[in-house]
Ligand binder design. Structure first.
Ligand code: NAD
Length: 257
């Protein structure tokens, strides 16, 4: 499977799943654009590292995915893209009554609206080429719910809906749109939830991982960023040319329960 000559833009890709997806797409031969809002030296170094490791071209473009104009500017600065991975995301855990309004707004903006803006900016170029792949990183929480994650669950269900609409609007034009729905993947985003969960459940780290976080993941194993990235590569392959408007769960059986 070669993605040589394709340019992939991956939002929120200086860590976790985004970086894992960028690595797997680069391994498959795609040129990549990494993104976050931080614009540090080490962000640019990540891109040069990928270029050296996989013999592809890679660069880092800073853009804040909470801002619509920044989302659209990212695609413009990249010069359009063949593959768009909408991955940037944040989380906050609280009851609905205690959920800070600014957190709700930020989660909806970064986890959902950013995908609307980047997709709108990327589609004209994809249509002109008659080829494109949009891979939205949703979540098991795009298909099912958990308490205390109102904004995240609402945003991820929204991503699944946006994915379906995107697929329908471009059906038959060589462009597909799909959502990957990971269960728990041990990344900085999940790591940051562990102390809160330990406090909420009065449990130690290992117990809270097994008995709370992975309780609904029947494999009781975290998925890996390589597995999510590999699924993105599959969705970019010719074998997946008729896979569109759907979700692929990588969740150890969570949504089979
Ligand atoms: P992470 O915290 O490691 O990565 C999040 C990425 O988003 C980082 O690169 C960060 O820089 C970027 N980001 C955050 N705010 C941004 C902003 N305003 N502008 C630009 N970039 C921004 O988390 P992760 O676990 O790798 O999560 C990546 C995606 O996968 C998220 O959409 C998340 O909801 C989804 N997901 C994660 C899991 C999991 O278990 N880790 C499960 C299902 C879905």
């Amino acid at each position: 499977m070669s993605l040589k000559g394709k340019l992939a833009v991956i939002t929120g890709s200086n860590s976790g799943i985004g970086l894992g997806a960028a690595r797997e797409l680069a391994r498959a031969g795609a040129d990549v654009v990494l993104n976050s809002f931080t614009d540090r030296e080490e962000d640019h170094a990540l891109a040069s590292g990928l270029a050296a490791e996989f013999g592809i071209s890679a660069r880092y473009i800073a853009a804040d995915m909470s801002k619509g104009d920044d989302c659209r500017a990212l695609i413009e600065k990249a010069g359009g893209c063949d593959i768009l991975v909408n991955n940037a995301g944040i989380q906050h855990v609280a009851t609905i009554e205690d959920f800070p309004v600014e957190k709700w707004n930020a989660i909806l903006a970064i986890n959902l609206s950013s995908a609307f803006h980047t997709t709108a900016a990327a589609l004209p170029g994809m249509k002109a080429k008659g080829w494109g792949r949009i891979v939205n990183i949703a979540s098991a929480h795009g298909l099912t719910a958990s308490p205390y994650k109102s904004a995240y669950v609402a945003a991820k269900h929204g991503v699944v809906g946006l994915t379906k609409v995107t697929a329908l609007e471009v059906a038959g034009q060589g462009i597909t749109a799909n959502a990957i729905c990971p269960g728990y993947v041990l990344t900085p985003l999940v790591e940051a939830q562990i102390p809160d969960q330990m406090k909420a459940h009065d449990m130690d780290r290992e117990t809270v991982i097994r008995e709370v976080m992975l309780l609904r993941q029947p494999s009781r194993q975290f998925a890996t960023v390589e597995q999510i990235g590999g699924t993105a590569v599959y969705l970019c392959s010719d074998a997946a040319a008729q896979v569109t408007g759907t979700t692929i769960s990588v969740d150890g059986g969570w949504t089979a329960l």
